[in-house]
Each structure stands twice: as C-alpha cells, then as structure tokens.
Design a binder for this molecule. Structure first.
Ligand SMILES: [Fe+2]
Length: 238
C-alpha cells in the first residue's frame, strides 16, 4: 500500500510529469466505468450492452496504455538505470492477466440468463473494483518512484520528446479515447493547456474534434469557462 502521507511532497512542481494527464484520463475512465457497472441492470439488454461496451473500451485502452509505458517509458528508464522497471514491469504482466479475466467475465455475463446473469454482473463489478484499486496504487508508484528515475536521468525537454513520440504512435481510436477521458479528468487549467497545445501544434480537425468532445462531456459551466479561456467565437458572442 502506498503511504498517502508522503504524497504531497513527492513531486517537485517544477519538473515535467509525463504521467500526469494520461493517468488523470485513466483514473476518470476507470472510475466512471466502475460506477456504471455497479449501476448496470443486467436484466436490461440495452443497458447491459452499452455498459459492457464501455468496459471493453476501457480494457483496450488499458492494454494500449501498458504497451506505451513498456515500449517507451520503461525502455527509457532501463537505458539509463538498468533494473529500475522490474517492479512495475511485473505489475504490468499481472494487469494483462486481469484484463484477460475481466474480458472473460464480460463474455460470460453476456451468455448467462436469469439469476446466473445477476450473479455474473456482481462478480464482474467486484473484480473490476479490485482491478481499479490495484491500478490506482500502481499509478501512484509510477508517479513517484518511476518519475524519480526519469527526473534523475532525463531533462524535461527529453521527457516532452518522449511524450511526443508516444502521442505520435497512437492509433486514431487510442487518440480519441485519450482525448475524451482527459477532457473529463483534467481540471480547467489543464484542459485549457491541452486544447491550446492542440490548436497550436496539431491539424485543425484534431482541435475541432476535441472541442466537440468537450461540448458533449463537460457541464455547461465548465464548457463556458473553456470557451472563454480559448476565446472561441461562441464565447465572444455570449
Ligand atoms: Fe503502468
């Protein structure tokens, strides 16, 4: 278990945290999905199908996230501090096994009927809760221990370049899911930073699609704040 008393002093604010935005997206996606699976009416085909689709999207997102960390972040850590990823690499193997098990639980639920279906839904919910709990602890370890290694051996410019290489490697589906959950998971200032970066450095359609997601998923209050901060035409007209 992580020691929460140590968290406030763990990250020097001056350094670039390569995990910050994507882990907020992962936490938001996991929390939302866990709550949805808890609320799911397994006797309602439509409700079940929609929630299992989100669960399966989350599992795919988690697999991609693991691969990016293994291929880019862990490779960088091992290059300058051999052996520094052994604990988290082992946890990633465990997460892959959990994802396989959760996918099998979702399939089993879909094929079950009557009381067996209700039982399968509760089992899926509890297994997902444990998976989420393990990932929350795991991400905190990465943001303290892994970051300490990265900050010791890499400059912020190098870490930003590493993040850029990860972003450039994303499929359109991975990119869309990352943006959708960052928009929901980030605070106002971070959201403005993310969208300003897209407007300045990405093709126009990337910024436009992110704006569409923000309009769909943010509260009216947060959307108005974002529109004003980005000086969007609709904000000027309001
Ligand atoms: Fe990880």
């Amino acid at each position: 278990m992580e020691n929460i008393a140590a968290i406030s002093s763990a990250a020097p604010a001056a350094r670039f945290n390569i995990y910050a935005f994507i882990h907020k997206a992962v936490r938001a996606f996991m929390s939302d999905t866990l709550a949805r699976i808890g609320r799911m009416d397994a006797g309602d085909e439509k409700d079940t199908a929609a929630n299992l689709q989100q669960l399966r999207d989350l599992m795919s997102f988690c697999v991609s996230h693991l691969e990016h960390e293994n291929n880019f972040v862990h490779t960088a850590m091992e290059a300058r501090q051999p052996g520094s990823t052994s604990r988290v690499a082992g946890e990633h193997v465990h997460h892959e096994e959990s994802i396989k098990a959760l996918r099998a639980e979702a399939d089993a639920l879909e094929h079950a009927t009557g009381s067996a279906r209700t039982t399968a839904a509760f089992r899926l919910y509890r297994k997902l809760a444990v998976f989420v709990g393990e990932n929350l602890e795991h991400m905190e370890y990465e943001e303290t221990t892994n970051n300490a290694v990265l900050w010791q051996h890499y400059s912020d410019a190098e870490l930003r370049a590493l993040e850029g290489a990860i972003v450039a490697s994303l499929s359109p589906e991975e990119s869309a899911l990352s943006k959708r959950w960052m928009i929901s998971g980030l605070n106002h200032q971070e959201r403005v930073e993310l969208l300003t970066g897209m407007r300045d450095h990405a093709p126009a359609f990337v910024f436009e699609s992110a704006l569409g997601m923000a309009r769909t998923h943010l509260s009216d209050q947060d959307w108005i704040k974002l529109s004003k901060a980005l000086a969007l035409p609709q904000a000027r007209a309001a």
